[in-house]
Design a protein around this ligand. Structure first.
Ligand code: AMP
Length: 191
């Protein structure tokens, strides 16, 4: 069973890779960002609460995303594997995930960390902002999201390295080459 955390800064290609791999392995891609954007579009209670944080490039409060992940991991299709995209985003979320997985008698195989130079990230995000009209892909918000990443999310690299579950993958290659590299790396952790 594949249970993978895809990790990396905004623009590293987590969403693209998660999509391809989820299709290949026939398991759900669980993306907190996608779920939150849908909630904002539908103006649900969750969306209304998340919107201002997202538009500023800040993290949405932990309680909201943890509730969302708990509910999603308990659905039937997540019993046979999953790919997490964009969660956890800070140390507190990482501890919550460990607790949650223990409660449902699951574990993650490994954490794939996509490594991409900062200048490439900014260029990709600006391009996506133009293509998809994502409000948080405006340059000032991009800078803030990258800052939030370095301050709050990057410490997870050491967290997972200490647990000997972290695999670094060069995310600055052709999309297909990155997919292949991830598949090869994950094979070493799945049993
Ligand atoms: P993403 O598509 O993963 O870049 O997420 C877009 C935005 O959704 C982020 O900038 C945050 O505002 C919010 N978000 C997504 N995942 C999380 C998370 N795990 N914790 C807090 N906020 C999140």
């Amino acid at each position: 069973m594949v249970s993978l955390i895809l990790f990396g800064p905004p623009g590293a290609g987590k969403g693209t890779q998660a999509q391809t791999l989820a299709h290949c392995w026939q398991i759900p891609k669980i993306s907190t960002g996608d779920t939150l954007r849908a909630a904002v579009a539908n103006q649900t209670d969750l969306g209304i609460e998340a919107q201002a944080h997202m538009e500023r490039g800040e993290l949405v409060p932990d309680a909201l995303v943890i509730a969302l992940i708990r509910e999603r991991l308990n659905q039937a299709d997540a019993k046979l594997g999953w790919i997490l995209d964009g969660f956890p985003r800070n140390i507190s979320q990482a501890y919550s995930l460990e607790e949650l997985l223990e409660q449902i008698n699951q574990d993650y195989n490994c954490v794939v960390s996509l490594v991409v130079p900062e200048a490439v990230l900014v260029a990709r995000l600006l391009k996506r902002g133009h293509a998809e009209g994502r409000k948080d892909d405006d340059e000032a918000v991009i800078r803030r999201r990258l800052q939030v990443y370095w301050e709050q999310t990057a410490p997870l690299i050491d967290f997972y390295r200490d647990r000997q579950r972290l695999v670094d993958i060069n995310g600055n290659m052709e999309v297909e080459a990155v997919t292949t590299a991830i598949k090869n790396a994950v094979a070493g952790y799945v049993h």
